[in-house]
Ligand binder design. Structure first.
Ligand code: HPA
Length: 281
């Protein structure tokens, strides 16, 4: 049987053969947040369907392509769309693109998502830097035999979301006059939104945000020693907090509404992340 490592390696070699750029930063764009990739200069893009072994996204609002281009003079891999557990994929499948980024030499990933706001200090349309997560998805991409070529059997998760990167994000946001809060992301399986009782439970256990993605990707990235910045867009207040009903169209519309701030924030942040990882070598 072909190992996950070899599958990721094959995908990595395929992508690297299609571009002369060698990005060290990967950005995963969540629902309604794909515009960041469109503004990259000198870009080439590869539909996920063409990349060997790559999972295909079926969710609306996810284009399903890898864009390779430059933000200013910083080369970037931008994933427009991701797959989710609720589509029926395993946590390993969901994390596979992160494995591929890692094999292509990426050292830092910015994982973005649409999330429901549990913390009452949040507002619809707000941006939040993820400070930590609570995995309630009942699964983990590292289940099964460990491949030491990716990382250790029991990776530490003390600082899953880099503190220095959160500080860089806060500094960039302040300069741009964009409000950026911090909070803890609870990841659930979905695809149904939560009940008000579930949201009360999540608030009680310390969650500020709720979503259906990101956690398998963060775990795989940390397993490979990549640094992670997580940014959520609060596309709606969580179930029961305002009495309003949640629908996917609203989630996408809110994402679109904040795209401009979101793209500005990521662009402003990239030089600090780039200098952090080029210092590492
Ligand atoms: N719950 C879970 N996932 C989400 C939500 C939500 O309210 N909004 C956007 N993604």
């Amino acid at each position: 049987m072909t190992s996950e490592f070899n599958l990721a390696e094959a995908a990595a070699q395929f992508v690297l053969a299609r571009s002369g750029l060698r990005p060290k930063i990967g950005v995963v764009l969540g629902s309604g947040l794909g515009a960041f990739a469109d503004q990259l200069s000198g870009q080439s893009s590869i539909p996920y369907a063409e990349i060997p072994n790559f999972p295909q996204s079926t969710a609306i609002g996810h284009a399903g392509r890898l864009v390779i281009g430059k933000a200013g003079d910083i080369p970037i891999f931008a994933m427009q769309g991701r797959v989710h557990l609720y589509e029926g994929y395993s946590a390993k499948d969901v994390a596979f693109p992160i494995r591929v980024l890692g094999r292509m030499g990426v050292r830092a990933v910015i994982l973005t998502n649409a999330a429901g706001g549990i913390n009452r200090a949040y507002q619809q349309g707000g941006l939040v830097a993820i400070s930590d997560h609570i995995n309630l998805q009942g699964t983990n991409p590292l289940m099964g035999a460990n491949d030491e070529r990716f990382g250790p059997r029991f990776p530490d998760m003390t600082e899953a979301y880099s503190k220095p990167y959160r500080d860089m994000a806060r500094t960039a946001a302040r300069k741009l006059g964009i409000e950026l809060q911090e909070g803890i992301y609870a990841g659930l399986l979905g695809p149904s939104y939560e009940t008000p009782a579930e949201i009360r439970y999540l608030r009680t256990i310390g969650a500020d945000l709720v979503g259906m993605s990101t956690i398998p990707e963060t775990i795989a990235a940390r397993h490979m020693g990549m640094k992670v910045l997580g940014i959520s867009c609060v596309t709606n207040m969580a179930a029961g907090t305002t009495g309003a009903i949640i629908n996917h169209e609203e989630v996408l519309e809110t994402g679109k509404r904040v795209q401009r701030d979101f793209v500005a924030l990521i662009n402003a942040l990239l030089p600090s992340i780039e200098s952090d990882i080029s210092g590492q070598t």
